[in-house]
Design a protein around this ligand. Structure first.
Ligand SMILES: [Ca+2]
Length: 517
């Protein structure tokens, strides 16, 4: 696996040119404010958010049409702990998100799109296209937030292999979850990214979280109030520098995970307190990115994907979000824990104004982006995600590729969905091998389940009416699917046949901690 040394040097050289252009007299302020809602950006945090627009605009005018021969660009914006309800276009009554709402109107909004229950596993699934319990970790350990093994193949690795410039701007959380104990070789630079600007892990503490640039600490503690804008500034500089080649920009925002931070321009302005301020600032910066893509003449060659990494963190009260009308929250196997907002936009490639309720998930992005980019998937391992290019492209009759979606909470398989049916598997209220620590989990999500519970999500999105007694055949089929997953991927008390281990250490040496009855 390449660590991207040449790519990093190339990017830095190109970025230097872009910054020079940004500072040139008369450079157009194309990306910072044009067409955005919310006024002009503060330039106090950084410089690179001004870019030249004249050259690419002139090029687009000269060619008269988007270049369909080149590989498409990809931008994934991945927010942290944003609930299913926390966007205007998903029904939030208090949080105003005009730019993301417009992105949905110009693209497709997914209503049965799944991530994972908490931050680290969610990033492992997105990056590898696999269930977190399947992927290899350093030392074969199982931790709440996995240390993704360097022999895993990430989206960035695949796209890099076919000539993409790759960069990450934001929270990584796959190199260890301690701000002092992360593994430098497992930061984005060791996982296929040419460049990284962001935090190694969550912003749980304002005191300890460092800000890194290519592994070097450049700020500690990180100033969270300006972080959303700075991630966007850096991403715009990157896509500007790489406008003439295919690129992948991964933007995992550190918020609205707590601790929250917002710039003075947004603080105190929303109807939903600081949590709303944070999301409205993210919205405004999504607008800046979309404006930059347009100004560069890349609108029709760029897929922009927006999603959240897990459900809202109810335990944070006013600093947490809402999954309404879904039941449950972050850390739980209820819909509110994993079903997240997701919008995809690529004019001319993804239908505008469409709402799609087919089952799809973050794991589908790796095979889908690989297909769109012409990259070959690895053949020596199981990939759980499916190529959903037909579905996102609006092909008639196209469905998601998922026979069943499995709801794992840490190491524990707790539910399975197939089509409209979702089965919750029997479990104690506080399974020690799950993620049910009172400090983190909403008590409302913690119940003892003695027998399987079946919900018809088409008729009962809030998982209120158990219909297992009326559909024994469905229960039987979903129990069989669950058993198939246990055998293949694993569960708290067994190792899956196709789970990966690349290191010589015992498999899951920490099992004794989490297999307790
Ligand atoms: Ca999260």
């Amino acid at each position: 696996m390449s660590t991207g040394q040449l790519g990093r040097r190339g990017f830095l050289a190109a970025a230097g040119l872009a910054l020079a252009a940004a500072r040139a007299p008369g450079a157009a302020d194309a990306a910072a404010g044009g067409g955005s809602t919310g006024g002009s950006a503060s330039s106090a945090a950084s410089e690179p958010h001004t870019i030249r627009a004249a050259k690419p605009a002139a090029r687009a005018a000269a060619t008269g049409a988007p270049d369909r021969g080149r590989k498409p660009n990809f931008i994934i914006i991945y927010t942290d702990d944003q609930g299913y309800n926390d966007l205007g276009c998903y029904g939030s009554p208090l949080i105003a998100t005009p730019r993301i709402d417009r992105m949905a109107a110009e693209g497709t909004r997914f209503t049965s799109f799944y991530a994972q229950t908490v931050c680290g596993p969610s990033r492992a699934a997105l990056m590898t296209g696999c269930y977190p319990l399947r992927v290899a970790t350093k030392g074969n350990r199982v931790e709440i937030h996995p240390r993704l093994h360097s022999k895993e193949v990430t989206i960035a690795d695949l796209l890099k292999s076919v000539g993409y410039a790759t960069a990450a701007f934001g929270k990584w959380d796959l190199a260890g979850h301690s701000n002092n104990g992360y593994e430098p070789e497992l930061l984005p630079g060791g996982q296929g990214f040419d460049y990284h600007f962001g935090t190694p892990t969550s912003n749980d503490s304002r005191k300890g979280t460092p800000l890194l640039r290519n592994g070097e600490i450049i700020e500690r503690p990180t100033d969270f109030d300006t972080l959303t804008q700075r991630y966007t500034d850096e991403a715009i500089a990157f896509i500007t520098a790489n406008r003439d080649r295919p690129f992948f920009a991964y933007i995992p925002h550190s918020m609205p995970h707590t601790e929250l931070g917002a710039s003075p321009k947004f603080r105190g302005t929303s109807k939903r307190g600081l949590y709303g301020d944070v999301i409205e600032e993210i919205d405004w910066n999504v607008g800046r990115l979309l404006d930059a893509v347009k100004a560069l003449g890349l609108e029709e060659t760029t897929y922009v994907i927006f999603a959240s990494d897990n459900g809202p963190w109810h335990k944070k009260g006013e600093h947490g979000g809402s999954a309404a009308p879904l039941r449950g929250a972050k850390t739980s196997a209820w819909e509110g824990g994993l079903r997240v907002p997701c919008i995809m936009r690529a004019p001319g490639r993804i239908p505008a104004g469409r709402v799609c309720d087919e089952i799809a998930c973050t794991m589908d992005l790796l095979p889908t982006l690989a297909a769109l980019a012409g990259a070959k998937l690895p053949t020596d391992r199981v990939i759980d995600g499916h190529d959903i290019t037909g579905l996102i492209g609006g092909k008639a009759g196209a469905a998601g590729g998922t026979e069943a979606f499995y709801y794992y909470v840490h190491t524990h398989l707790q539910a399975v969905r197939s089509g409209r049916w979702k089965l919750h598997l029997p479990r104690p209220a506080q399974p020690p091998w799950g993620f049910n620590w009172p400090k983190f989990v909403d008590p409302a999500d913690v119940i003892n389940i003695a027998v399987p519970l079946l919900y018809d999500l088409d008729a009962d999105i809030g998982e209120r009416q158990d219909v297992a007694g009326e559909h024994p055949d469905v229960v039987k089929r979903l129990l069989a699917l669950a058993e198939k997953a246990r055998d293949d991927i694993g569960d708290y008390n067994r190792i899956g046949r196709n789970a990966r281990f690349f290191d010589p250490q015992p498999r899951r040496p920490d099992a004794a901690k989490w297999v307790r009855t």
